[in-house]
Design a protein around this ligand. Structure first.
Ligand code: SAH
Length: 381
């Protein structure tokens, strides 16, 4: 049978007399104040439902921290500046980043640390993790990216955008329809399609697609990219977004993970993690339209190797015993390697920077984003 949140969602659909969009369903499942996944579960780390890059190894947060410090220097070492992270989970990435940047004179002293986190429970977790690193300055939280204080902004995000809800549009024989969540005869949840007057850009892309093609859009992700782009263009700054995703294409990428195993997305509302692959081309389009320059997306492996992953791994292994050395090598492989076990190619990184910066660490100048360069419009699902 379904979950308490499933029962509530079915009642909501029944009372409203209309199905929910995938977007509304996903938002309820993840962030419902009482039964939402991020509100109630401890999803990260080795015992949780999934393990994210910062939880695999301290090297991830360290290298991203050094990226942030390098960006800060390229921007002229503004003081003060906002050092922000979106969706910090357990706070591991920021903690590793701050520790690694102790060697950069002035960086930590100039930073006002602000975390964007919707879950009160995870805020507490982040406060615990960060306590040793922020004793000198403290840390602030905001609920939404729009609430970040003004000033030059250096922002990191890992696996944040893939938790933002998507809408799904389908090319059918009778025109464009939106995929919805309705109820079956017995009060359970089921998928459905409703004819939809979609956005012009969605219509334009689906019109020429194969019948059955699915196009996902992530309105909240587009807003995040546009807000970052506008902020950076106005106040100066740089952002690095890392996530599971692609550079534009068709396909249903909504995924559920329940007790460490793939699940049907309607089966355990509020108990399963729901994600969708990130469309980096859409993010780059929205950020550049708002005034920022974009680089990438490139593979996470490429980024980490260029930022010095191999050297960092070697350094950590130098005085370690054989077992630790092996674990460090395995972690580096997992973070940067290709293939199904590796995150190096499946995960991608996009940098958004002030237009005055023609270069940024980890990205080649030829990797500046140009929409016309994204020729691949194949399947992503
Ligand atoms: N970055 C972390 C955690 C990723 S999980 C890591 O790599 O381990 C996604 C994080 O984003 C969680 O902290 C979750 O509570 C937060 N989150 C999800 N949706 C959000 C939203 N709409 N607004 C703010 N935070 C959100």
């Amino acid at each position: 049978m379904t979950t308490p949140l499933g029962t509530r969602i079915a009642a909501l659909i029944e009372a409203g007399g209309a199905p929910l969009s995938v977007e509304d369903y996903m938002r309820l499942c993840l962030l419902d104040p009482v039964h939402g996944y991020y509100t109630t579960a401890e999803p990260f780390g080795r015992s949780g439902d999934f393990i994210t890059a910062p939880e695999i190894s301290q090297m991830f947060g360290e290298l991203l921290g050094l990226w942030a410090a390098d960006a800060w220097m390229r921007l002229g070492s503004p003081s003060p500046f906002i050092l922000a992270e979106l969706g910090p989970g357990r706070g591991t990435l920021m903690s590793d980043a701050l520790r690694a940047t102790r060697i950069v004179p002035g960086f930590r002293e100039a930073a006002r640390i602000v975390l964007v986190e919707a879950s009160p429970r995870l805020r507490e977790r982040q406060a615990q993790t960060l306590a040793p690193e922020v004793a000198h300055v403290g840390v602030e939280w905001v609920q939404r990216i729009e609430e970040l204080p003004q000033g030059p902004l250096i922002l990191l995000a890992n696996e944040f955008i893939d938790a933002l809800p998507v809408r799904q549009f389908v090319r059918t024989q009778h025109g464009i329809a939106e995929r919805m969540v309705g109820i079956d005869g017995r009060g359970g949840l089921r998928w459905g399609l409703v004819p939809s007057p979609a956005r012009p850009d969605v219509v334009a892309r689906l019109e020429t697609a194969e019948p059955g093609a699915v196009l996902e859009i992530c309105p909240a992700g587009e807003t995040v990219a546009a807000v970052i782009g506008a902020r950076i263009a106005r106040d100066g700054g740089a952002a690095l977004l890392v996530d599971y995703g692609h550079a534009g294409g068709f396909g249903d990428t909504l995924q559920a993970l329940w007790r460490q195993a793939p699940d049907e997305p309607l089966a355990h509302p509020g108990e399963a993690d729901l994600t969708a692959h990130v469309d980096f081309a859409a993010l780059a389009r929205h950020a550049t339209a708002a005034g920022a320059r974009a680089f990438g997306p490139i593979g996470q492996g490429e980024l980490l190797l260029r930022l010095g992953l191999a050297r960092r791994a070697e350094r950590l292994a130098r005085n370690a015993d054989a077992m630790t050395r092996e674990a460090i090598a395995a972690a580096a492989n997992r973070l940067a390697g290709s293939g199904p076990e590796g995150m190096g190619e499946l995960f991608k990184a996009l940098a958004l920077v002030h237009p005055s910066l023609s270069e940024i660490a980890g990205f080649a100048t030829g990797e500046a984003f140009a929409d016309t360069a994204i020729a691949a419009r194949g399947d992503v699902g």
